[in-house]
Structure formats: structure tokens, C-alpha cells
Design a protein around this ligand. Structure first.
Ligand code: AMP
Ligand code: ZN
Length: 177
């Protein structure tokens, strides 16, 4: 039900388009087609019907709210192991594989958003307080004297993984480590 509610609330109608706009209709039609194909493959060819739940999941995928090919989706949801330093219902924070300094952390929302432009505002509102919390513990636990909060949107801005993430990079007196 949580997924259904999210798909209903965030999927079709919270993006500033009316339900009957051309773009929304084409997303819906594409999703419906995919869903019917999946239903057929699953052996329900005769009715051609697909479940409401399955349809909403595909709509979410079409809207980039969920992406089965996204590595950060898999990490955030625990399907791929990671060096997790923090987790709650909305986020997982992990150590960056190519750290700019000791303790370089990435905050990953558990839902898939390509970048900040796509993100749910309630998620955005929670990210900065979490970055501050992690920054504080970098100071108290790692001996950092400061930290950077960085977030890249788009290739030209240096984004390389297209699942919204916030870098929290601890800084140390006298050097990067
Ligand atoms: P960005 O350039 O903002 O898209 O940052 C992507 C960051 O993700 C880089 O700092 C990478 O080192 C890091 N990264 C990529 N793949 C992984 C992974 N599997 N686990 C942890 N960090 C990763
Ligand atoms: Zn993702």
C-alpha cells in the first residue's frame, strides 16, 4: 500500500501536469502496454489484464521513480552490500568508493530520483538536516575540522550516477586525509 500511495501521490499528479495532459497520457499508455506484455508473459494472455499494483510500479519506472537498472537503487535498498554509515526509512548513507577524503559519505534516498529536479520535496527537506548530522559526527568521530556538502545535477555538472545523492566530505586540518 505504501508503494501504491506513493505512486498515486507522486507518480502522476504531483509533477504539475493535469492527469489528461498529453505527456501524462502517453506515460500511462506506455506503462499499460508494458504491463499487459508482462501479464501475457506471466500466462494471463486470455484476459490481457494486468494488476493495478503492477501497473503502478511500471508507471513509477516510466516516471523514473524506480529504476531496476540503477546501482544506487540496489545499494540504497540493501540488495547490494555497501559500507553503510547510517540508515532510516528514507535514506541510506554509504562510504564513497572513490573518496575525496577519509570518511567521504554519500546520502542516497531509497526512492529513485534522477536528480534534484525530480526529487520529492519532503525528501529534499530531510536531506540537508541529515547532511548536517553526518557532518557533525565526522567532526566528533573522525576528527574532521570541517566538511563540504556537494550535490551534482547533470553530466555537465559532474554527475556520474543518475540517482540523486548528496556528498558529505569531511575536511581535516593540514590535508585531505
Ligand atoms: P557524482 O559525480 O556526484 O555522480 O558522484 C558519484 C559518486 O559515487 C562518485 O564519488 C563515486 O566515487 C561514487 N560511486 C560510484 N559507484 C559507487 C558504488 N558502487 N559505491 C559507492 N560509491 C560509488
Ligand atoms: Zn536509483
Amino acid at each position: 500500500t505504501a508503494v501504491l500511495a506513493r505512486a498515486n501521490a507522486g507518480g502522476l499528479f504531483s509533477i504539475g501536469r493535469t492527469p489528461d495532459s498529453e505527456k501524462t497520457r502517453s506515460v500511462f499508455e506506455r506503462a499499460l502496454k508494458k504491463c499487459r506484455k508482462q501479464a501475457e508473459r506471466a500466462g494471463r494472455a486470455r484476459t490481457g489484464r494486468c494488476g493495478r499494483h503492477a501497473l503502478l510500479l511500471i508507471i513509477m519506472e516510466e516516471m523514473n521513480m524506480r529504476d531496476d537498472n540503477c546501482i544506487f537503487c540496489k545499494i540504497a535498498n540493501g540488495e547490494i552490500p555497501s559500507a553503510t554509515v547510517y540508515e532510516d526509512d528514507d535514506f541510506r548513507a554509504i562510504l564513497d568508493l572513490g573518496p575525496a577524503s577519509n570518511g567521504h559519505t554519500l546520502i542516497l534516498p531509497k526512492n529513485h530520483y534522477k536528480d534534484l529536479c525530480e526529487a520529492d520535496e519532503t525528501v529534499m527537506a530531510k536531506i540537508l538536516p541529515l547532511a548536517a548530522k553526518l557532518g557533525k559526527s565526522m567532526k566528533s568521530q573522525l576528527g574532521a575540522s570541517g566538511f563540504n556538502v556537494v550535490q551534482n545535477n547533470g553530466t555537465s555538472a559532474g554527475q556520474t550516477v543518475f540517482h540523486l545523492h548528496v556528498h558529505v566530505i569531511p575536511r581535516y586540518e593540514g590535508g585531505p586525509d
